[in-house]
Design a binder for this molecule. Structure first.
Ligand SMILES: [Zn+2]
Length: 223
């Protein structure tokens, strides 16, 4: 089964991030981000633990072992200091697609990000601007069909009235697209359980032990 987040254009899965990433939570125990899901590499995680910036909430069975230390890798961590999220997200192609839930606003079909385009509701040739309020996600076919016409002219009206979303709204939309690999220890901090399919959320199998030299370990802390 395709990883939903990867499928939509963001290869942010546990497997692509290497060994045992940790789910990173804000100090209020919500994920720092849903889409892409805030997953930290074990290197960033271990460093943050030693800098006393995070609390370990849950651990993997997998341990890193060097001649001088052994440590089980955290699977869930929470920041000690709350990070204020900006209220309004950046105006980017991807955030427009996320606002519109990867759905063409004219034919209402869903598409992966790479198959979606922008459509200017009021065409640029008619003075329409490239802003949250005038840009919607559209498939290539509908975009071509609408071309330089005004919505009333061609009867192509976007399903939603485009507007600037709040960060909260985008996160809400992002929750609909869980990555395929969810470690069981992450589940309590995500709200997807009712939407998870039976084959979703299977644990990745990591080796029990990950050996490295003290030199290699030092590099992690110095990076
Ligand atoms: Zn379409």
């Amino acid at each position: 089964m395709l990883d939903q987040q990867a499928h939509l254009g963001l290869p942010q899965t546990a497997s692509s991030q290497g060994l045992a990433p940790a789910l990173a939570l804000n100090a209020d125990f919500r994920p720092l981000s849903y889409f892409p899901l805030s997953l930290w590499s074990w290197q960033d995680t271990v460093k943050a633990v030693f800098l006393d910036r995070v609390t370990i909430i849950s651990e993997y069975d997998t341990a890193i072992r060097s001649p001088s230390m052994t440590m089980r890798l955290p699977s869930v961590i929470a920041l000690k200091d709350y990070v204020q999220q900006s209220r309004f997200p950046a105006f980017t192609r991807f955030n427009v697609f996320l606002r519109d839930r990867f759905t063409c606003q004219y034919c209402l079909k869903g598409f992966p990000a790479q198959e979606l385009t922008f459509d200017h509701v009021i065409p640029r040739s008619r003075g329409g601007r490239t802003t949250w309020k005038n840009v919607v996600a559209a498939c290539g076919r509908c975009n071509l069909q609408k071309a330089n016409k005004l919505p009333e002219q061609c009867g192509m009206i976007p399903r939603i009235k485009p507007d600037q979303p709040s960060t909260w709204q985008l996160q809400e939309n992002g929750r609909r697209y869980p990555p395929n690999h969810l470690h069981h220890s992450w589940r309590d901090y995500l709200y997807w359980d009712s939407e998870l399919k039976p084959d979703q959320g299977q644990d990745q199998s990591w080796p029990d032990e990950f050996r490295l030299s003290d030199d290699q370990l030092n590099k992690v802390f110095q990076s």
